[in-house]
Design a protein around this ligand. Structure first.
Ligand code: SAH
Length: 181
């Protein structure tokens, strides 16, 4: 995380707080996640460097950039076109070329890049969207905040024999995963 300049992903007026351990506002009512949540989620994937990773809710692109330092290839999915455009520009300006941001409804995953060794969902859901389980490799890990809009548990799961083994990492509050068209 020390190698990814968080200030580049944060709106100008919040740059002086880029290294505080807090979530910060993006446009469209969205937020760039708290660095501790980014770290805990990434750590829970137990990446070694050869993996293909999917991130749902790419927002600013910051977490995708961090994952890009830990894995071989990252597909980030974001539903708000302006955030997609901005994230692509920042990643390009930083010469990060193993991270692609796609504009789509992340509930459907991104079948073109599957199977994934790891999946991070950066928005709260009431359950793991079935498409994500399908696109996760056997033995792969998924990290997702599960709960309602008032609070969630950050869950780390591992796919074994087609089913998910779960472990709760901490309580958390993420913006909701919305239904796309
Ligand atoms: N990881 C991001 C922060 C994510 S905030 C970062 O590092 O900046 C959660 C993001 O999820 C928001 O940008 C929101 O627009 C997006 N989102 C919500 N529902 C979604 C969906 N169904 N598909 C894709 N993205 C979604």
């Amino acid at each position: 995380m020390g190698e990814v300049p968080r200030e580049e992903f944060v709106p100008k007026q919040h740059r002086r707080n880029a290294y505080a351990d807090v979530a910060l506002p993006l446009s469209h009512g969205q937020t760039i996640s708290q660095p501790l949540m980014v770290a805990m989620s990434a750590e829970a994937l137990q990446l070694q460097g050869h993996e293909t990773v999917l991130e749902i809710g790419a927002g600013s692109g910051y977490q995708a950039a961090v994952l890009g330092r830990l894995a071989k290839k990252v597909h980030g999915i974001e539903i708000i076109p302006e955030l997609v455009e901005n994230a692509r520009q920042v990643l390009h300006s930083l010469d990060i070329d193993n991270v692609e941001i796609h504009c789509a409804d992340g509930r459907k995953g991104w079948p073109e890049g599957a199977p994934y060794d790891g999946i991070i969902v950066a928005a709260a859901a009431d359950e793991v969207p079935p498409a994500l389980l399908d696109q996760l490799r056997e033995g792969g890990r998924i990290v997702i905040p599960v709960g309602n809009r008032w609070g969630q548990s950050l869950m780390a799961m591992r796919k074994r024999n087609g089913k998910l083994e779960e472990e709760e990492l901490c309580r958390c509050i993420f913006v909701p995963l919305v239904y796309g068209g």
